[in-house]
Design a protein around this ligand. Structure first.
Ligand code: MG
Length: 386
């Protein structure tokens, strides 16, 4: 990398955002935080701004604007707010890399703006591709913008596919930790609460993705994400449970060879890899894997009856159009309700399935079709809870 890169981090106060700033701090000669965006976490955003001195910060929630502005008023940092401020800010010609680390559907508008502006995108917001993969693919076809995956599994696919021809790929093997309820008997799932799910064994993640991991909706999302990132049909993407989270994913080729990418379950690794692209790997003093980490690796088939949202994801991917958008919207509403102990664990699946039967599917949707479908699906999912 010949010159310092200006980075925008959308969602800098979340789990991925904070770990991205760790990488920025690890390579001060390579990266500069130019734009930091948070939704409501004003105190942490202020702390990050004081440490990293970005040119611009955005606190999306307007009720926190005065506090952030006052705290940074003595510094040459511009403070902005409002729902469209992010999409406006990412097109800044000084920004060359946009890390999309916001949660859920809310990442779509700004990711589209960044693609249209030709930015390098380190994609952590998988919901963007779940909701609107077809549209994103079309936009990328006419833009110099490139998407680099931050998700560890997709970083693994990317590494396994380096130097390979697309026609030689037989199958993607997507590994899953199995989540916090992997060994919980199926009949006990009904009584599980958010607090039970939030003790994830391997990965340190935000609350929403931890619940998605518990239902395995996250793995369904990642299957759809892989489909769009690598152009592989869902029927050629197999999900395998690997509780140790050391093999981050594998690719099988037409000659029967299989390549796997291994590493410690630490999100700093895939973030460091994504930020090094396209030039190459960044040297690091991080802890390296030892035989104790990989001496006992096990693999098992996922239980589709216990985690039926895996099947829902394959079905929604097969229907296509706005079906995955509806699935995502219903999931966001149901997960929020589960986090507030308003519904039980298995209700997440029931709400998603019922919402899918009620929202009409639009094939070859436009951006406005996604916006309308997202709103309608949310409204119906909310009505199923209250
Ligand atoms: Mg992942």
């Amino acid at each position: 990398m010949e010159q310092q890169r200006n980075i925008a981090i959308l969602g800098s106060t979340g789990s991925i955002g904070r770990q991205t700033l760790d990488i920025v701090a690890e390579y001060p000669q390579l990266f500069k935080a130019h734009l930091l965006v948070a939704h409501t976490s004003a105190d942490l955003l202020i702390e990050q701004a004081l440490r990293f001195m970005p040119r611009v910060v955005i606190i999306a929630s307007e009720s926190h604007y005065d506090k952030v502005r006052a705290a940074l008023s003595h510094l040459p940092i511009e403070v902005r707010t409002g729902s469209h401020a992010i999409a406006e800010a990412v097109v800044d010609p000084l920004i060359d890399t946009v890390v999309t680390a916001m949660v859920g559907y809310s990442g779509l508008e700004s990711t589209i703006a960044a693609i249209k502006a030709g930015k390098r995108i380190a994609l952590a917001n998988k919901e963007t591709l779940v909701v609107a993969g077809e549209l994103i693919e079309q936009l990328l076809a006419t833009s110099p913008s490139k998407l680099y995956p931050v998700d560890s599994e997709h970083g693994a696919f990317y590494q396994c596919l380096m130097g390979e021809r697309r026609d030689d790929v037989a199958k993607l093997i997507l590994t899953a930790s199995g989540g916090p309820f992997r060994t919980t008997p199926r009949e006990q799932l009904e009584t599980m609460r958010a607090a039970d799910a939030l003790k994830h064994p391997n990965w340190s993640m935000g609350a929403k993705i931890t619940i998605d991991s518990a239902t395995m909706m996250n793995k369904g999302f990642e299957m759809i994400e892989a489909r769009w990132l690598f152009g592989i049909a869902p029927r050629d993407i197999e999900i395998v449970v690997h509780p140790q989270s050391i093999v981050h994913s594998m690719v099988e080729f037409v000659d029967g060879s299989v390549k796997a990418q291994l590493g410690l379950p630490d999100m700093h690794l895939p973030i460091r890899f994504a930020l090094g692209l396209p030039e190459g790997r960044l040297r690091s003093d991080c802890r390296k894997m030892t035989i104790d980490d990989y001496a006992n690796l096990t693999f098992e088939r996922p239980d589709m009856d216990k985690f039926p949202l895996l099947r829902t994801a394959y079905d929604a991917a097969a229907v296509g159009g706005t079906a995955p958008c509806t699935m995502n919207a219903a999931n966001e509403i149901a997960v929020a309700a589960f986090l507030h102990d308003k519904i039980g664990f298995n209700d997440i699946y029931r709400i998603i399935e019922r919402t899918l039967t009620r929202v009409p599917v639009i094939q070859h949707p436009t951006y406005n079709d996604f916006v309308a479908t997202n709103e309608e699906a949310r409204r119906i999912a909310v009505s199923l809870i209250d």
